[in-house]
Each structure stands twice: as C-alpha cells, then as structure tokens.
Design a protein around this ligand. Structure first.
Ligand SMILES: O=C[C@H](O)COP(=O)(O)O
Length: 262
C-alpha cells in the first residue's frame, strides 16, 4: 500500500492571540508563505487558535481562500447540555474546523484529563467529522522509570479503543519534559516512540490505518531543529507551541525542505 502522508506543520497557539491578533497573524502568515513560494503539496499548514478566534479565522480563510487549515485546542465529549464552559464538537464542525487537539499535556496536567476522557473526546471528534490530534507523551519521571514509549503507548491504546478502522486521526507525540523547555527530544528519540505509536495504530485499527495516519512530534520545535525530525520515517510533521507565534519563525518551520533538502 503506497500512502503519501503530506507533512503537517501545526501551530498550537495555546492561550495567546485574541481574535483581532488572530486575523492579522493569519493574513501575515498567508502572505509570507505565498511570497516564499510555499507549495501546499510540500506541507500542510494548520493553526489552533483559542475558541474565541475561530469564527474570525473561519471567515478570513473562507473569504480569501487561504491554504491554511485550522482547529480547536479542545472539545467536550458531550454534544450539548448542562456543561458550563464546554464547547461541543457540533459547534466546532459548524465553524468548519478540520482538526481538534485532544489530551494535550496541559489539559492532562492542569485540568486533570485522564485517558478515559481523552478516549471519549476522541470519539466525539470523529463523530462530528473533525480529525482528532491525539496528544500523548511521558513526563521526565515516566522517562526515567519506564523509558520513553511505555506511557505514550498506553495513552494511545486507550484513546483508540472503540474507534472504527476507517477513522481519520492524527497522533502527536509530545514528551512533557520537552514542551516549552527548550530541550527538544532528539530525532532518534522521536522516531523510536513514533514507530511504537504506529505499531499501536496497526494493532488497534489495522495496517491501513497505521500506514495513512500522520504522527507529529511536539516539544521545543524550532526552525533550527525541524529538519532532523522531518528526516525520520515515522515523523510526519510537528505540533509547535512557542515558535508558532512568530510568523517568520513558523513560516521557516513550514518550509523545512529549504533547510535540508529532505
Ligand atoms: O502543542 C505544542 C506543544 O505543547 C509544544 O510547545 P513548544 O513548542 O512551545 O514546546
């Protein structure tokens, strides 16, 4: 089976940029990529703004037909009802979100999300036709005690339970110790875990799903280190936090082929 996994460079803005800043950022990003001759066949670009920006980003992307995908940073496992503060997958689908991040380590650590909630949210995203970006990763303690793969493998195994083999998903391997620390994993480390995660997809959803599913690396990705990750066979892109908030830096990451001739 020949599958072309187009690289995805995805910017997770976290709680940064309000809706006016989001409009300016997306316009500038589109201009910068166009000026640089970016070809969408080389890499897909996505941004993950705060919820309150999504309508503005939707309007801008649709009006100017920008080649920039977007998604939300979380969703509720429920469709509607008495869930104060929650956002339904149905609402995100109405805003034409392609993607939604699920189980980011900041949700797991700061908001107590566990693997069962991540599983329920993954199912909700798929139900509403939104591609879940399932985040997994080990803490420094996990790494010391169990090695790099054990926790991400367990987290993904639970998240995928009950999904149909045809489900369209993405996986982001983000070692918690690498997020925002300036200390990225090595490409070898990322590849080792990504390969293990592809094995999980194969065993739970089948070989076709494993072959087509893109696996991203996240954690202190910059223009100066993206090339190493993109050379790895099981790493299909990156989920970028801090460096995605600077148009020039993010554009440079998106155009990773220019750095290295991958
Ligand atoms: O979702 C993105 C990750 O948390 C990585 O963040 P970072 O690139 O700032 O380390």
């Amino acid at each position: 089976m020949v599958v072309n996994r187009v690289p995805l460079l995805a910017g997770n803005w976290k709680m940064n940029l309000d809706h006016l800043q989001a409009i300016a950022f997306v316009q500038k990003l589109a201009w910068t990529l166009k000026d640089a001759g970016h070809d969408v066949a080389d890499a897909e670009v996505a941004v993950f703004p705060p919820f309150t920006d999504l309508r503005s980003v939707q309007t801008l992307v649709a009006a100017d037909k920008l080649p920039i995908a977007y998604g939300a940073q979380d969703l509720s496992a429920h469709d509607s009802g008495a869930y104060t503060g929650e956002i339904s997958g149905a609402f995100l689908a109405q805003l034409d979100c392609t993607y939604v991040i699920i189980g980011h380590s900041e949700r797991r650590t700061l908001h107590g999300e566990d693997d069962e909630q991540v599983k329920a949210k993954t199912a909700a995203a798929v139900k509403h036709g939104i591609v879940p970006v399932i985040c997994v990763g080990e803490t420094a303690e996990d790494l010391a005690e169990q090695g790099p793969s054990a926790v991400p493998v367990a987290q993904l195994t639970t998240a995928l339970e009950g999904l149909d083999a045809s489900a369209d998903i993405l996986v982001a391997y983000e070692p918690v110790w690498a997020i925002g620390s300036g200390q990225a994993a090595t490409p070898d480390q990322a590849e080792q875990v990504a390969a293990a995660l592809r094995g999980v997809i194969a065993s739970v959803l089948g070989e076709d799903a494993a072959a087509r599913t893109r696996i991203l690396y996240g954690g202190s990705v910059k223009s100066s280190n993206i090339a190493g990750f993109m050379r790895e066979p099981n790493v299909d892109g990156a989920l970028i936090g801090g460096a995605s908030l600077d148009v020039a830096e993010f554009s440079s990451i998106v155009r990773f082929q220019k750095h290295v001739g991958v």
